[in-house]
Write a protein of this length. Structure first.
Length: 273
């Protein structure tokens, strides 16, 4: 093992790993994180904390990770390139590692025009693939991006995101291969609703032998309502929701839709595992 990460330990042992995600609050109340962490405790091997998802100002990922860690969970800090140049990224990597955060998910980040500060200046000094290489070199080569050496390295289990459903589909596995080559130890995918398309993506992953080089965690999430399903299908880029999913949810009474969404989620887990 490269790190003290519980997630790495579970994956390296060949077990079926489960992670959860916590969205931090748009405020400074730590109890929000503690309440969510208590729900996840005993049910997940690690938990993600989003980093300004949809470019909306919220509590920082590393701070929420530390609160969750105090509750006994293994945190995955998310870092985006949207708000940080390479200096700030490396500083935050060192800080997270010093606080005992053992996992990182390297992301480009949602464009600021989608958030509540559309006038903000995006940084995007690096993209997610370049960012992965920076983290790997810090951990494995004991070097900053500029080439300077460091005394104590950040021993992080390095993750990246993948979207099997974005266009053009033919490039999805090529992009994954670049992330693996750059240093990704594990991959967390976009939420899976189109199982057939995910299966085709996994076939191409196996054809390239990438499944032997990186651990892949499929994203799943319950749908609360028919309206939510329609919104994701038509308004959320990179989300693929088959019509059959919407019809399944429409086929139950309105008050039962959320429960059916959970059943659907369980069915998808059983199919992709």
């Amino acid at each position: 093992m490269k790190t003290k990460s519980n997630l790495e330990r579970v994956l390296e042992a060949g077990h079926f790993a489960v992670t959860g995600e916590i969205g931090p609050p748009p405020g400074a109340d730590p109890e929000v994180i503690r309440r969510k962490a208590k729900i996840l405790k005993g049910n997940v091997d690690a938990f993600n904390v989003t980093d300004g998802q949809t470019a909306v100002v919220r509590m920082s990922s590393w701070a929420a990770c530390l609160i969750g860690k105090e509750e006994g969970l293994d945190p995955i800090v998310q870092m985006t390139c949207r708000d940080r140049n390479r200096i700030a990224l490396q500083m935050d990597i060192l800080g997270a590692a010093a606080l005992g955060i053992n996992n990182i998910l390297c992301l480009t980040g949602d464009h600021q025009k989608f958030g509540n500060h559309p006038m903000a200046k995006g940084v995007f000094d690096l993209d997610s693939i370049q960012f992965l290489k920076v983290v790997k070199d810090m951990r494995d080569e004991k070097k900053f991006q500029c080439g300077d050496e460091m005394a104590v390295v950040p021993n992080l289990f390095i993750g990246a995101a993948a979207n099997p459903f974005a266009d053009p589909f033919e490039f999805r596995v090529i992009r994954l291969a670049k992330k693996v080559a750059a240093g990704a130890d594990f991959i967390q995918t976009q939420i899976v609703y189109n199982v057939d398309k995910f299966a085709e993506w996994m076939k191409r992953v196996r054809d390239r032998g990438l499944h032997e080089k990186v651990k892949i965690l499929a994203g799943v999430a319950p749908i609360k309502s028919v309206g939510a399903a329609r919104y994701m299908k038509t308004k959320v880029p990179g989300m693929d929701i088959p019509d059959s999913i919407i019809e399944r949810l429409r086929g139950v009474p309105k008050e039962q839709v959320s429960k059916e969404g959970i059943k659907l989620c369980v069915d998808i887990i059983n199919q992709v595992r």
